[in-house]
Design a binder for this molecule. Structure first.
Ligand SMILES: Nc1ncnc2c1ncn2[C@@H]1O[C@H](COP(=O)(O)OP(=O)(O)OP(=O)(O)O)[C@@H](O)[C@H]1O
Ligand SMILES: [Mg+2]
Length: 262
């Protein structure tokens, strides 16, 4: 089907099923994220986006199917073997998820001290560089409660990038932000992905944001991927469920007709 060599695929999800309480949340999800792209997964609340991201991040295990991070299949790996894979995958969660009791500096330094270096001079250099990258220089001594939501997201991003990940998973990076701040976060995601040559997987129901940053977009609906392609391809999709979602999100207008007349 695909002519891409394996190295071009950063993440491959193959027929993944995940259930809770005798109900399938994900029902045979397959997708491929190419190295270096910004790939977005959109879909209504409760459709399984966060669950899918947690599976890819190795925080949950599927009942069926395979999840490949580069050339490693992670869904059946024991914890010890999962650790090195996890280090290659950065997570930026739905809510900033910073440690409230730690300063900005210590939040960004946290994983670095545990996994990269214990030499404080090197830690300080990494923290300085990553905070500069997200435009948060000078906030080192502040606590999360002293930052706005947008600033917290930036620190969350700096913390993920400090670990030098190959892949960064973002869960609703613009949730709760005003449109202007959301746009700066979008731009930051796009720029850092290019600059650090990482792969970004963004989950969001903020369609303005999705269509602004993504190279390719998939839509998850009731546990299944119902469309996947470039923004233009998804915009032109005739599936009425996709069209209704794009109309509600202001991406296409009600009057925009298709062959199916949706
Ligand atoms: N640990 C759990 N126990 C029970 N149900 C769960 C659990 N985790 C997820 N679910 C259910 O799985 C479904 C998908 O949840 P998920 O958080 O993945 O959705 P989502 O698409 O991220 O939604 P949102 O856009 O609101 O963040 C929901 O119906 C949720 O209730
Ligand atoms: Mg979610």
């Amino acid at each position: 089907m695909s002519e891409q060599p394996v190295a071009q695929t950063a993440v491959r999800v193959s027929d993944v099923w995940y259930g809770v309480d005798s109900r399938w949340v994900l029902q045979g999800v397959s997708l491929e994220v190419r190295t270096g792209e910004v790939f977005a997964i959109m879909g209504p609340s409760g459709c399984g986006k966060t669950t899918l991201l947690k599976l890819i991040g190795g925080l949950l295990k599927p009942q069926r199917g395979e999840i490949w991070i580069g050339d490693t299949e992670i869904s059946r790996l024991p914890e010890a073997k999962l650790t090195p894979v996890r280090k290659r995958v950065g997570l930026v969660f739905q809510y900033a998820a910073l440690f409230d009791s730690l300063t900005v500096y210590d939040n960004v330094a946290f994983g670095v001290r545990r996994h990269i270096t214990r030499r404080e001079r090197e830690v300080a250099e990494i923290v300085r560089e990553k905070l500069a990258m997200v435009g948060m220089t000078g906030t080192e001594h502040l606590y999360p409660s002293q930052l706005s939501g947008g600033m917290q997201k930036r620190v969350g991003l700096a913390r993920a990038l400090a670990m030098n990940p190959n892949i960064v998973l973002y869960d609703e990076p613009t949730a709760g932000l005003d449109p202007i701040v959301a746009e700066t976060i979008d731009t930051l995601i796009k720029d850092t992905t290019r600059r650090l040559q990482v792969t970004a997987l963004v989950v969001s129901h903020d369609l303005t944001s999705v269509f602004h940053i993504a190279d390719r977009i998939a839509m998850l609906h009731e546990g299944r991927i119902i469309t996947c392609g470039s923004p233009e391809e998804v915009r032109a999709d005739t599936n009425p469920v996709v069209r209704r979602f794009l109309q509600a999100g202001g991406i296409i207008s009600n009057g925009e007709s298709t062959m199916s007349g949706a």
